[in-house]
Write a protein that binds this ligand. Structure first.
Ligand SMILES: [Zn+2]
Length: 140
């Protein structure tokens, strides 16, 4: 928000997801967080130093120490083996519209009144186990 921290991400992201986990909610103050997932090497912080909070063992969440903007989720990846990944909060990009989410993660943790009506697959956690699909789409 204040511009003290800037980054550049290069190439295609691994994935773009809506995350409904309670940690993302607490980190952002929002009912759902949309994340653009890159391999660590694709992301370069070009200005400022981010502050970190370890939200669970081995998982660091970064924010701006000046204005408090939520910036990242950073950890070794479960779904992309042997890589450290950086999830960037989509609204910190200059052009968030360049990225289109393709799934809902941690759908089981969503706030019940959050009525998602898109047709993207819903995942339990971040695992490849779609528990249901949006309206009008058959499972399987
Ligand atoms: Zn999350």
């Amino acid at each position: 928000m204040c511009g003290a921290i800037r980054y550049e991400a290069e190439g295609e992201p691994k994935l773009v997801v809506h995350c409904h986990c309670s940690s993302c909610r607490r980190h952002t103050g929002a009912p759902v967080a949309t994340l653009v997932i890159f391999v660590e090497e694709q992301v370069k912080f070009t200005k400022g130093k981010r502050k970190f909070y370890e939200s669970s063992l081995g998982v660091r969440r970064a924010f701006c120490g000046d204005c408090g903007t939520s910036l990242t989720w950073e950890a070794p990846s479960n779904r992309f083996q042997d890589t450290n990944i950086i999830d960037l909060h989509i609204s910190t990009f200059d052009r968030p519209e360049d990225f289109v989410p393709t799934q809902h993660d941690f759908y089981e943790e969503r706030i019940p009144w959050f009525d998602v009506v898109d047709r993207l697959p819903r995942f339990v956690g971040d695992r490849e186990l779609p528990i249901c699909h949006g309206p009008g789409v058959r499972a399987g």
